[in-house]
Write a new protein. Structure first.
Length: 254
């Protein structure tokens, strides 16, 4: 970043313990992926290979090597965990993660019929092998809207007590489910109850795939909020939101 006399919010250098940006790879062409990491990797803390894309990406090992060289952690989308769980093959999933050199894993129940208690038991089982990132919330809009703030808070605390390194709040790559309403607006009542429940905000990773959600969370929690499901093309834009270098947060990022 160019040095100036502007008073900007303090941002730690990677690897960051707060203010993380998680980028989702939905299957980017490998050359584009390499270019993204080379261009904006200093602002990326984690990369998630979305849903089950890792299984059908020919150059997945090459992408992983790029991340390893850049010192960026990666993991496979929780949907892949769920797909193996449905078939009773979670030992195979664990083996895959080890074989691919993943030190992070995501555990979720956003699609399948797995209780929050069972999910958190998997978190507890995996923490000795991996750094576990759990996810709270469901992908189906009807099921999502039926979840109360108490449901969200209970599931978050349960996963943290089980040893989750971070807990992700579901929003999908569309930003229209989970912590968001169907119209894409954040469910502020749920966010506020989560934040008032005593959970450390630095342990939360808010999925925010669009500018509206990114702006909302930066305004609410500041430059050091953890944001996920950010597109590679949006990494610089997100950093400017954090620093008050975009009109949306110019008067609030201090």
């Amino acid at each position: 970043m160019i040095d100036t006399r502007l008073e900007l919010p303090e941002r730690a250098m990677a690897p960051r313990a707060r203010g993380r940006t998680m980028v989702i790879d939905p299957g980017l062409f490998t050359a584009r992926f390499e270019d993204a990491i080379d261009s904006v990797g200093e602002y990326i803390d984690l990369v998630k290979f979305g849903w089950g894309t890792a299984l059908v990406t020919k150059d997945i090992k090459r992408k992983i090597d790029v991340l390893r060289s850049a010192g960026i952690g990666f993991y496979f989308g929780g949907t892949l965990f769920e797909r193996f769980a449905v078939d009773g093959l979670l030992d195979d999933w664990r083996g895959l993660c080890h074989t691919m050199g993943a030190s992070f894993v995501e555990v979720s129940n956003g699609t399948i019929a797995m209780s929050d208690r069972e999910k958190s038991s998997w978190v507890a089982r995996l923490v000795d092998e991996f750094t576990v990132i759990s996810e709270v919330g469901v992908k189906d809009s009807d099921r999502s809207e039926a979840l109360t703030a108490d449901d969200w808070v209970g599931a978050i605390h349960q996963d943290l007590e089980a040893g989750a390194y971070l807990v992700t709040t579901e929003a999908r790559e569309s930003g229209r489910s989970g912590i968001c309403s169907r119209d894409g607006t954040p469910r502020q009542d749920i966010v506020e109850q989560i934040l008032s429940s005593g959970v450390d905000a630095e342990k939360l990773l808010f999925e925010a795939p669009n500018k509206e959600l990114q702006t909302y969370f930066v305004r609410r929690l500041g430059a050091s909020v953890n944001l996920g499901n950010v597109a590679a093309d949006d990494v610089i834009a997100v950093e400017t939101l954090r620093l008050g270098l975009r009109s949306d947060t110019l008067l609030t990022a201090r």
